[in-house]
Write a protein that binds this ligand. Structure first.
Ligand code: 5U1
Length: 675
């Protein structure tokens, strides 16, 4: 039976009430009704929607409990790249920022109006709406491609599923931050601790961990909130002319904004905002790590444009690093996947900016010498925003404090330690007999940029190794659900086992660059793996290459060429590659640039580029056969001069070398299909 107008109205009211109480609970952490009261409203709406399915709107709060788990994350390209923000750390640097803006704007527009916002310490995401309906949302990823996390975003209570505009834009792309308000984070951690589960280090990690779940039911239980901060695409609507007004427009469409958004002219206004927020930072409902200052006029923003993947018209003014003093109780040595030993200071636990810090990496012996650090020293630890905490300085040493010595034997396997690279790097010689190296290699193999096997964290890898189910990465492809279940691994269940086996199976079809990177060959990072794949086209040719041939590959020098040859000359590595093939690991043919229109040419990149970083432009030029050099000579074919190009541009002009703008470079790359 169709719902009567009264029932339709009742359902609408219930939805509005539930949205309001969600906002009070999850965003403001200031609930007005009891949990029971909320449940009653929720059940009443659920009953109406069950009796009258036509009432069950896609944006109903009853839909926010999480749907089916997804099998894996899907990559989505960002039509407008997700850029990062430049940082300033002082009023002087802020003045430099404004000076750079003034130099680029016409003299009649010198009085700059700013929109001042909070720098939220969450996870940047992008949301797409069509005709006012939420279609999908993605993480930032590398700025060009992110991951579709729509299934989790649909569970966030204050993220609008349907926009409140009477005439919604045909297309709208909104950017903002997913975060976990502090109160919800403390509650979540208290519940986890009571159950003996792992707690999150800080709200940012908790938010990031929640939206990167395959199962949306998990995100639905986490107190997440979304705060919008910009519109990057809007079709079928006339946007207001300023950032401040755009934000108010977003609010009218149903998005949550922080209450701390101000508009004003001149740097005195900005400095006042920074001081004010800095003083009230602890009272805000969520963590922030600074303020964001944006030129308010969208027209001026357009005039100013971008440089080195950062807008010229906006900057983050970060709060100073937070500091605390504690003592070094011990210095241990961790063994990495290539055997390198990293000293780690074990500290008396101390709170630094809301996070308990008890271990910090000391990187290498040089760093220990630079700090003059001993066991037992009192040290100052600092942490800036999401930056990993570090020991900043030694405050005092006790007389006779123990100097830190590099061990002679591996702390894990007992093999001899060898000193390399001028005594800075110490390495365990145990190789495959060292459990730590084997475990770290496996962790690298499954990691996102390598074979991207989701759900196989260190917790499982340790257990798989301990149970003897795997000895190397190829063994992963022999794992079965029954083997995982029968091995009695702690916390393993049928669903998890099925997910792990599925994720491993999915990774079988990969690309050659990913596969080469996943092998963990010394000197073969992501970009070298790509260069090797493109140069050789298949792994057999690479395995046969000698040092001289390898040196021809862009990015490969004498030392890494020797490491690559060394790797493939070991029989166990050749057997490993065969084991992958036997297990059905395959890669698509590599798109090789057979036609190398720039072969024989030498290019120089100088100044800042706006669309690609210099490294990205370099890889593309190399694909087209060019050699990319750091200095200009008569033999240079082209100098690409970006923003603020200096002496190299002068050299090019003096020597009569062709000078290209970034636009010319982009047009050429576009023609070659490399944009
Ligand atoms: N409030 C705010 N945070 N935030 C972060 N605005 C803002 N804008 C950003 C970022 C990364 O970027 C655009 C200006 C590019």
């Amino acid at each position: 039976m169709a719902a009567s107008p009264e029932i339709v109205q009742k359902a609408r009211e219930l939805r509005q009430q539930l949205r309001y109480h969600n906002h009070r609970y999850y965003v403001l952490d200031d609930p007005e009704i009891s949990d029971d009261g909320y449940d009653r409203l929720f059940r009443e709406l659920q009953m109406l929607e069950t009796a009258h399915p036509e009432l069950s709107a896609a944006d109903s709060p009853t839909r926010r409990v999480g749907g089916e788990p997804i099998p894996a994350f899907v990559s989505v390209p960002h039509v407008v790249p997700m850029l990062s923000l430049g940082n300033v750390f002082s009023a002087e640097e802020l003045h430099d920022f404004e000076r750079r803006i003034r130099d680029r704007l016409p003299p009649d527009s010198r009085d700059i109006e700013y929109c001042a916002e909070l720098k939220l310490d969450g996870l940047a995401i992008s949301l797409i709406y069509e005709q006012g309906r939420f279609i999908y949302g993605a993480t930032r990823g590398d700025g060009t491609t992110g991951e579709d996390i729509s299934h989790n975003l649909r569970t966030i209570r204050n993220l609008p599923q349907v926009l409140d505009f009477t005439e919604p834009p045909a297309l709208l792309e909104v950017r903002g931050e997913v975060l976990m308000p502090r109160a919800g984070f403390l509650r979540l951690n208290a519940e986890a601790a009571a159950k003996g589960e792992k707690v999150f280090a800080n709200p940012r990690n908790a938010a990031a961990g929640s939206v990167r779940q395959l199962d949306p039911a998990i995100a639905a239980r986490r107190p997440l909130a979304f705060y919008a901060y910009s519109v990057v695409r809007a079709e079928g609507v006339n946007l207001p002319q300023t950032q401040f007004e755009v934000l108010q427009w977003l609010k009218s469409g149903g998005f949550t904004l922080s209450d701390e958004i101000r508009m004003g002219s001149g740097l005195a206004f900005v400095e006042q905002f920074y001081e004010d927020i800095g003083q009230r930072r602890e009272q805000l409902p969520f963590d922030i790590d600074g303020v964001v200052i944006k030129v308010n006029s969208l027209q001026k923003q357009q005039q100013l444009g971008f440089v080195s993947r950062e807008p010229r018209w906006a900057v983050a003014w970060k709060f100073p690093a937070q500091r605390a003093v504690t003592t070094v109780e011990a210095v241990d040595f961790q063994v990495g996947r290539t055997g390198a030993l990293t000293p780690v200071a074990r500290l008396r636990p101390v709170l630094v900016g809301g996070v308990t810090v008890s271990n910090v990496t000391l990187h290498n012996l040089d760093e220990i010498r630079r700090l003059g650090l001993h066991v037992g020293d009192t040290v100052e630890v600092m942490r800036a925003g999401d930056v990993i905490p570090k020991v900043d300085r030694v405050v005092s040493s006790l007389p006779g404090a123990m100097p830190v010595e590099m061990p002679c034997q591996c702390p894990v396997c007992g093999s001899a330690i060898v000193q390399e690279e001028g005594g800075v790097v110490a390495r365990c010689s145990g190789d495959y007999t060292c459990e730590a190296q084997v475990q770290r290699r496996l962790a690298h193999f499954v990691s996102r940029k390598a074979m991207d096997i989701d759900g196989l964290g260190e917790r499982w890898l340790v257990q798989l190794l301990d149970a003897g189910l795997v000895r190397n990465s190829a063994d992963l492809y022999r794992l079965t659900e029954s083997a995982l279940l029968e091995a009695g691994l702690e916390g393993m269940g049928e669903k998890l086992a099925a997910n792990i086996v599925l994720a491993i199976a999915k990774s079988r079809e990969t690309t050659l660059p990913r596969f080469l990177f996943s092998l963990g060959i010394r000197g073969v990072g992501e970009s070298t793996a790509l260069s090797l794949a493109e140069y050789f086209g298949d792994i057999d040719a690479l395995m046969q290459a000698d040092v001289e041939v390898l040196k021809q590959v862009p990015d490969v020098g004498e030392v890494s060429a020797a490491w690559i040859v060394g790797y493939f000359s070991q029989p166990e590595h050749r057997e490993l590659i065969q084991a992958f093939r036997d297990a059905g690991v395959i890669w698509k043919p590599v798109e090789r640039h057979h036609v190398q229109p720039l072969a024989g040419q030498t290019w120089v990149l100088t100044g800042a580029l706006t669309v690609f970083s210099r490294d990205e432009a370099k890889v593309r030029l190399q694909k087209l056969g060019a050699k990319v050099s750091g200095s200009v000579s008569k033999k240079t074919s082209v100098v690409v001069a970006g923003e603020a190009a200096g002496s190299k541009l002068e050299d090019a002009n003096r020597l009569g070398v062709a000078v290209w703008s970034e636009e010319q470079l982009l047009a050429m790359l576009r023609e070659q299909g490399l944009d």
